[in-house]
Design a protein around this ligand. Structure first.
Ligand code: ATP
Ligand code: MG
Length: 247
């Protein structure tokens, strides 16, 4: 990989892009993942490539949800694995969540590679390979989940999830925490907690909030969850994008 100077104005964005490219070369990320990354970059540019105060609030609410959950699961696809493998494992440890590989374009080979990659980054138990559960309302391959993973979860973190599956999971009554840079995406629109932020910033920040809240009472956590306003979060992100160039 070409060295990107630290002081390059688009340093983080370029590093992120290269990680996705490497993910494709390693058979972890699909080629469509490159397109998804491009869409994300465009929104990130408009949002200022930083975690907004509103996104930070969503990240705190997501941490509270994960800590309150009976069975939280973090869903990992090819882009997530390429960008934040170690950070996902840390979040799982900080919240007691399971990690499950869940692919839009599911192939056994890519499932295995991602699971191996997560194990190399410290994951102990990686779910998704059993695929003995189904999400109702989706076509066969895309409906597959582990019955004792996402199938059984009450709270699911689905970063960069596609709109159909996000809607189907919500219909199953699961609390969905969605990380997606596009506030207009159906995934963000169906989320209980839409986190409009880049996954490379969002996941470590949810972990930081979870650590900060480790000793919080259930009452305090419930207050954070109930105080969160999903509509306001979506509106704040959209307003920020629309205000680009204004001062
Ligand atoms: P819809 O949800 O309306 O069906 P879409 O989800 O089909 O739209 P995709 O290209 O499948 O669009 O999904 C990619 C989504 O992931 C985009 O909304 C994009 O903004 C988001 N995304 C891509 N890279 C990142 C990233 N690094 N961090 C956060 N979000 C990202
Ligand atoms: Mg989407």
């Amino acid at each position: 990989m070409t060295e990107i100077p630290e002081d390059h104005p688009r340093h983080d964005s370029l590093v992120t892009r290269h990680r996705i490219e490497d993910g494709v070369d390693a058979g972890i990320t699909s080629r469509q993942g490159l397109i998804a990354q491009g869409r994300g970059e465009a929104y990130d540019y408009l949002l200022g490539e930083e975690t907004t105060p509103s996104a930070d609030e969503a990240e705190r609410a997501a941490a509270a949800h994960l800590l309150l959950a009976d069975h939280p699961v973090l869903s990992v696809n090819g882009n997530v694995a390429a960008l934040v493998p170690g950070e996902i494992v840390e979040l799982a440890e900080a919240t007691g969540a399971d990690v499950e590989v869940n692919l839009f374009n599911r192939t056994e080979e890519r499932m295995e590679r991602i699971a191996d990659y997560l194990r190399e980054h410290g994951a102990e138990d990686v779910k998704g390979l059993t695929a003995d559960g189904r999400i109702p309302g989706l076509e066969h391959e895309r409906a597959k989940v582990d019955a004792d993973g996402i199938g059984d979860a009450d709270v699911v973190l689905v970063p960069l999830e596609d709109g159909d599956r996000a809607e189907a999971l919500a219909e199953m009554g699961k609390t969905e925490l969605v990380i997606d840079l596009n506030p207009l995406s159906r995934s963000a629109q169906t989320a209980s907690v839409p986190i409009i932020d880049n996954i490379v910033r969002a996941v470590p920040n949810v972990t930081a909030h979870a650590r900060d809240l480790a000793d919080a009472s259930r009452e305090e956590l419930t207050d954070i969850v109930e105080g969160f306003d999903r509509e306001a979060a979506l509106e704040a992100a959209e307003a920020r994008i629309r205000a680009v160039g204004e001062d």
